[in-house]
Design a protein around this ligand. Structure first.
Ligand SMILES: Nc1ncnc2c1ncn2[C@@H]1O[C@H](COP(=O)(O)OP(=O)(O)OP(=O)(O)O)[C@@H](O)[C@H]1O
Ligand SMILES: [Mg+2]
Length: 261
């Protein structure tokens, strides 16, 4: 279970109000989990608390990643361990071009020497930068984003769907081991859902785990998650396999929620 993300009885409050009321969930490397659930049930709270957003106060439970208690770590330390969050609402950052942001992030994650293949001299740095530019171009093209997006300020003026696709470009470049995707498929057109799902599937393998928060079965058709969980009122109230998502699509949430509260 070396690179598993283990969430144990997690309680989280926002401004004094308890939102997560004991969430237990383990995402092992190699697995794709999906979380569905009604609006306001706590899905984004879980995602943001896992990344260490300061607004979310952990009032109980623990979260282990690679056996380490990550609740004691700063957000950048969690990222360096291999955790990545694709935001439900990606932030716009004026003055920071996407390409420059990603190059800085990659160097910060790998450490300068690895980004330059272990040779921290200027020529090696220039070579690594050249390779990075090629990689960025390829990844932008994979997500059907124009090359010019590399020079545009991060998310500024990007359409809703372009912001979501840019999150997947970041994932591809930074190669995290566990990704949490908060409604990455929301706002994507029909073709883009497929493009994004295929790009996620490319990352899959024994070293990669994902927690995919979504309202729609469509992206799950492409991803075929190993597990589907339903969150309601700050708890996971039902877990199953992919068939649970199909059942939810057909029947809604009422039949589950009735038995809960
Ligand atoms: N600052 C705050 N003060 C009070 N309540 C808050 C605050 N921030 C979040 N909440 C509440 O926490 C609950 C969970 O919100 P969260 O964003 O985690 O839901 P969600 O499951 O992601 O919903 P959606 O499907 O709509 O994205 C909501 O009822 C929300 O209003
Ligand atoms: Mg949300």
């Amino acid at each position: 279970m070396a690179s598993a993300l283990e969430i144990k009885d997690l309680h989280v409050s926002v401004e004094g109000k308890e939102i997560l009321k004991g969430v237990t969930l383990t995402v092992k490397a190699g697995e794709v989990h999906s979380i569905m659930g009604p609006n306001g049930s706590g899905k984004s709270t879980l995602a943001l608390a896992l990344m260490g957003h300061p607004k979310y106060e952990i009032t109980g439970g623990e979260v282990l990643f690679k056996g380490q208690n990550i609740l004691e770590l700063e957000p950048d330390e969690r990222a360096r361990l291999g955790l990545f969050l694709a935001f439900q609402y990606p932030l716009e950052i004026q003055g920071v071009p996407l390409g420059r942001f990603l190059w800085a992030a990659k160097k910060a994650l790998l450490g300068q020497s690895e980004a330059t293949n272990g040779k921290p001299d200027k020529r090696a740095d220039a070579k690594a930068l050249g390779e990075f530019r090629k990689e960025l171009k390829a990844k932008l093209s994979l997500l059907k984003l124009d090359e010019s997006f590399g020079q545009r300020y991060l998310n500024v003026g990007f359409s809703g769907g372009e912001k979501k696709r840019a999150e997947i470009v970041q994932m591809h470049i930074l190669k995290p081991q566990i990704v949490i995707m908060d409604e990455t498929d929301s706002g994507l057109d029909i073709d883009s859902v497929k493009i994004v799902a295929e790009a996620i599937n490319q990352l899959r393998g024994p070293e990669f785990g994902a927690l995919v928060i979504t309202h729609y079965q469509r992206i799950l058709n492409f991803l075929q998650p190993d597990f589907v969980h339903v969150m309601a009122d700050g708890r996971i109230v039902r877990s199953g396999d992919y068939r649970l998502a199909q059942e939810l699509e057909a029947k809604g949430y009422d039949w589950i929620l009735k038995g809960v509260s």
